[in-house]
Ligand binder design. Structure first.
Ligand code: FNR
Length: 368
């Protein structure tokens, strides 16, 4: 991008969410449909942001906030702020440096980063690009030996936790992306997977279902999670499990944390907004359990609202990619900085100098 174009961009970016507006100037139509889209009729995707917009805040005044800070910690890992970068696949789709640029931004802003199994850069190279908190998002592979190889590589590379995503044993791209014929280009393939690009080895009979006998045959089950626990020393955080019975089972297994997620509306359509699920799940897991949330977070206001309703931190999905597309590592760092500024503003205007001070008291409910 030329200096002139860059300065136009910079002038236009006032708040973190501006990156979403600018991204469609630099991302082609097919890629945009893949990134922006959700599954089905995108009901869940819309709900995620509607839920944030529906929350009303009430200010407090005359509180001394001069010692204010967004510092916090999760799993005993110190963080400069409760804003993490969600695992997002194939980041070279939007920028040549892909996940390495994102890691450099995370490093600059001391933001936690979760690297996707479907990363388009080597997990070792990404790990060495950031000194901040880094977790590795794991998709179970159809062969246990391949899953174990990813886990060992993540451990050796210095990732401090595994984030096991369980909500998408069937992954379909959005209807819009399908209509436009989106496919993943060669330079954005999942480079860390041994068999990337290889077709499934499952052989279907004439009457078999492509879903049940096809994709679900390679899907993980509870025993895979138990096996994983026995085969890693890293804490395990589960992403995308929201049913109370499943959560009970995870608590019984002593899972180390949860990310409340509906994959940004890219898993089962018609799921509730993650923000709407949050208070009940917090009540179920207890005050001290590490609980994160993603889905529809596009501002520091959203971060603040999620924390008020019980999250320890949030993860940013699409907005991270939009910022990466607009201006690489600098874009992601700038987006994070703006979001943190917005969070600080909410904290100051509600009289919450620290993250621990934020609770449901800042939320306005009619009549209370
Ligand atoms: C994702 N997400 C995702 N999640 C995951 O566990 N592994 C992955 O590889 C990916 N890949 C991915 C690609 C793209 C293009 C998107 C948009 C999302 C889901 C992601 O981690 C997160 O749950 C959502 O993106 C959060 O919602 P928002 O912030 O995008 O609204």
């Amino acid at each position: 991008m030329s200096d002139i174009e860059q300065s136009k961009h910079n002038r236009a970016i006032i708040q973190a969410s501006d990156y979403a507006l600018l991204a469609n100037q630099v991302i082609d139509e097919k890629t945009d449909a893949y990134i922006a889209g959700g599954t089905g009729n995108e009901i869940t995707m819309r709900r995620n942001s509607d839920a944030f917009n529906a929350i009303e805040l009430r200010p407090r005044t005359l509180v001394d906030c001069t010692k204010g800070t967004t510092r916090t910690s999760i799993l005993n890992q110190a963080m400069r702020h409760p804003i993490m970068l969600a695992p997002v696949a194939a980041q070279r789709l939007v920028h040549a440096d892909g996940e390495i640029a994102t890691a450099q931004a995370a490093n600059a802003l001391d933001a936690g980063m979760i690297l996707s199994t479907l990363s388009s850069q080597l997990l070792e190279d990404v790990a060495s690009s950031t000194q901040s908190t880094k977790w590795f998002q794991l998709y179970f592979q159809s062969e246990q030996v391949d899953t174990l190889s990813l886990v060992r590589r993540a451990e050796v590379a210095g990732y401090q936790a595994l984030v096991v995503t369980l909500d998408t044993p069937i992954q379909s791209i959005s209807v819009g992306a399908q209509r436009l014929g989106f496919t993943l280009p060669d330079d954005a393939q999942p480079i860390n997977l041994k068999k990337h690009g290889a077709a499934s080895t499952v052989v279907l009979e004439a009457d078999d279902s492509i879903i049940f006998q096809g994709m679900m045959r390679e899907a993980p089950t509870w025993s895979d999670l138990t096996w994983l626990q026995a085969n890693t020393s890293l804490p395990i955080i589960v992403k995308g499990v929201v049913h109370p019975k499943d959560i009970d089972r995870l608590l019984d297994m002593h899972i180390n944390g949860l990310i409340i997620s509906n994959h940004g509306g890219r898993a089962l359509d018609s799921m509730p907004a993650t923000l709407d699920l949050l208070p009940t799940i917090r009540a179920q897991v207890g005050d001290d359990f590490p609980l994160l949330l993603d889905g529809g977070v596009t501002s520091g206001y959203d971060v603040f609202k999620a924390i008020a309703l019980g999250a320890n931190a949030v993860c940013i999905g699409r907005l991270q990619i939009y910022a990466l597309a607009v201006n690489g590592a600098q874009g992601v760092a700038h987006m994070l900085k703006l979001m943190r500024d917005e969070l600080e503003l909410c904290m100051a205007l509600t009289g919450c100098p620290t993250i621990a001070d934020i609770n449901q008291d800042v939320i306005y409910s009619q009549g209370k």
